[in-house]
Ligand binder design. Structure first.
Ligand SMILES: Cc1ncc(C[n+]2csc(CCOP(=O)(O)OP(=O)(O)O)c2C)c(N)n1
Length: 626
């Protein structure tokens, strides 16, 4: 068994340096969670990576990647009302997909308990927005724990599970990117493995579980009662604590990543403010906040993203007639990006310029890292597809991107995919763009995992309402962008072999006759297929298919099979630079004398570039160099 699995399954106290996401798996095991579900999305997929390290037969809980976040939430809900402690995790915007079911959870008597792990993404490192999911807690009457570090994530998961089981209510554990990904020494408790009682405990009398019409009112009252009991607990909880630095002039209320950034800044600048650190951000610990406000002359709310705590703290001060200066956001810049130490310094200086003034030697220009713009991998089938599709559509064609690696088609030189909302939006948006439009063709894009996740309704809508656009499905056989998770067309799930659900057959089953499937490496054929599809009236589909080459080459490497021979540029090159300016594989470089060369550590020898050279100057080398 691998070392990570041994640590995760150890019955004894143990300690290890690991990232927050991995430590959470140990917390799940110690809490005796029975069912865990997810749909992949950064910053949380490494939770599943750690679960995958535990051999299936040794896994103390059931885990699945469901087809989307809503289904994942429903599976975890079903398990909980059957008596099993459950957990669902997904990324920030995953909550939007889950919301239609998730919003009801507060109304339900979750007899097994249920923890919802949210991976929020301040800084939009890998998301289409910076949405602050603390807003959702108020709307759904679900409390939120917010850890600042991997150790706290581990501890708070267990606490969240405990209170969720006691009160039979859902509890959020809100993480942000740094807490998920940074590594520290986590000290794990012993694991008292509980004997598992598999008997199904579902009983409608535990509920009600049907929130319709007037039945909603008692359910809502119950949810509010549980929430107010939780608020009493929050006030007593040691997860909300004061760092008393004997500074009664300046007090700072903070939470999450900003807490550690603040400690860094204070240490670096040799200043000390009192801190009220919140581990529970909804509902707030009223009494602790009142005491803190009363005992300081001025209080600043240091809060990443939106001003939720600031508003609530100001309300608490008003209701309790506390005469203290409270400040939060100063300007629009305070609403954006991760509160790293540099950002915290910048935010605090706007407030207290002399207190957090730069020391003399401080703020030296730090060396900047070279920017690393996002790009498709060498050999990526999506690149071949975009290169071919560019030749098939005219400059007036409107192209609608979707979420996945193929989103990168919006970059030069392809510039394909000109609007983006969310996973699976492309066909709805394309349909709207095609209305009152008989002049400009509309082409939408969709990845294969997204097809199952949220893409199907848009496709069915296009058929149902006779919309007029062409869909190109970028089928690479995996959920590439989030780390190659399997999807329903692959033929296996997280745990075992499963029925393959082929996309082409599904489309045909829906009655779509004008559907073409082409390997994207056959660029000329793909160009023709797209030209034909776009020329047709109504809804047409092209499946642009090629396995994800990053996954493929990794699999080859695992089997100790080398890549095919790399390519080289021969003397036939007449320097039209199509390989660079239109195909844009990062392996191609130009020498100062204008000649083209191949950067061999990038080239994977796929050869998809050969067909792009008008002078046929690209050839494979004789044999692979080891
Ligand atoms: C609602 C939601 N859930 C999860 C994600 C995270 N996510 C971003 S890209 C992506 C993978 C999409 O896979 P696929 O459609 O197959 O495209 P590929 O990356 O393979 O090209 C996922 C799951 C997201 N952005 N939004």
């Amino acid at each position: 068994m691998k070392r990570l699995a041994e640590i995760l399954l150890s019955k004894d106290k143990t300690q290890e340096i690991m990232m927050g996401n991995w430590g959470l798996v140990r917390a799940m095991i110690e809490a005796n969670v029975r069912v865990v579900t997810s749909y992949p999305g950064s910053p949380t997929p490494e939770i599943a990576t750690a679960i995958a390290q535990i051999p299936h037969e040794d896994r103390p809980f059931y885990f699945e990647f469901s087809v989307n976040e809503k289904v994942a939430t429903e599976v975890a809900f079903g398990a909980s009302i059957n008596g099993h402690l459950s957990c669902v995790f997904f990324k920030s915007v995953g909550l939007n997909v889950a919301a239609d079911s998730l919003i009801q959870l507060g109304l339900m008597e979750l007899i097994g308990g249920m923890v919802i792990i949210l991976g929020d993404d301040p800084g939009a490192n890998s998301s289409q927005n910076e949405q602050d999911n603390r807003h959702f807690a108020k709307m759904s009457y679900i409390p939120i724990f917010e850890p600042s570090s991997p150790t706290e994530a581990y501890q708070m998961f267990k606490e969240a599970a405990k209170i969720s089981q006691e009160k039979k209510m859902p509890v959020f554990l809100r993480l942000t990117t740094h807490v998920c990904h940074y590594k520290e020494l986590i000290e794990f408790e012993a694991w008292n493995k509980l004997e598992f009682d598999p008997s199904p405990k579902f009983d409608p009398d535990n509920g009600p579980y049907i929130p319709i019409t007037s039945a909603v009112f008692p359910m809502k009252r119950k949810a509010l009662k549980k929430l107010s009991e939780f608020a009493e607990y929050a006030d007593k909880s040691s997860l909300n604590f004061v760092n008393d630095n004997s500074n009664k002039d300046i007090g700072i209320i903070t939470m999450g990543l900003p807490y550690y950034s603040l400690l860094d800044v204070m240490e670096e600048m040799k200043v000390k403010a009192d801190i009220l650190k919140l581990g529970i951000v909804y509902p707030l610990p009223q009494e602790k906040i009142i005491d803190f406000l009363r005992s300081h002359k001025e209080v600043k709310i240091l809060e990443e993203l939106d001003d939720l705590v600031e508003r609530d703290v100001k309300m608490i001060a008003f209701d309790n007639k506390i005469d203290v200066k409270i400040t939060g956001k100063n300007d629009l810049l305070d609403w954006e990006n991760e509160y790293t130490p540099d950002k915290v310094k910048e935010v605090l200086r706007k407030q207290w310029s002399s207190f957090f003034a730069p020391a003399q030697a401080e703020d030296k220009q730090k060396p900047l890292l070279n920017p690393r713009p996002a790009q498709m991998c060498p050999g990526c089938g999506h690149r071949s597809a975009f290169h071919a599709i560019r030749k098939a559509i005219d400059k007036d064609t409107i192209t609608v991107g979707d979420i996945g690696c193929h989103t990168l088609g919006f970059l030069p030189p392809y510039r394909i995919g000109q609007a983006l909302l969310s996973m699976g939006h492309s066909n709805g948006t394309a349909a709207g763009l095609s209305l009152f439009n008989n002049k400009r063709k509309v082409v939408s894009f969709l990845g294969d995992s997204t097809f199952f996740h949220a893409g199907l309704p848009g496709i069915i809508n296009a058929l149902f309402n006779n919309h007029n656009h062409t869909l190109i499905i970028m089928e690479n056989g995996t959920t590439a962008m989030t780390g190659h998770q399997d999807h329903p067309a692959v033929g296996k799930n997280f745990n075992e072999v499963s029925e393959k659900i082929p996309i082409l057959d599904m489309l045909k089953g829906m009655g779509i006759t004008n559907v073409r499937s082409v390997d994207t490496y056959q660029q000329a054929k793909l160009t023709e297929a797209v030209k034909e599809a776009v020329a047709e009236e109504g809804f047409s589909v092209v499946i642009a298919k090629h396995p994800c080459m990053l996954k493929f080459t990794r699999e080859l490497a695992k089997k100790k099979i080398g890549n095919p021979p790399k390519v080289q540029v021969t003397a036939k090159c007449n320097r039209t630079y199509e390989c660079i300016s239109e195909f844009a594989c990062p392996s191609y470089q130009i020498n100062p004398d204008g000649s083209v060369w191949v950067q061999e550590d990038l080239c994977i020898g796929d050869g998809s570039c050969k067909q792009t050279c008008p002078s046929l100057a690209i050839e494979s080398k004789a044999k692979e160099e080891k």
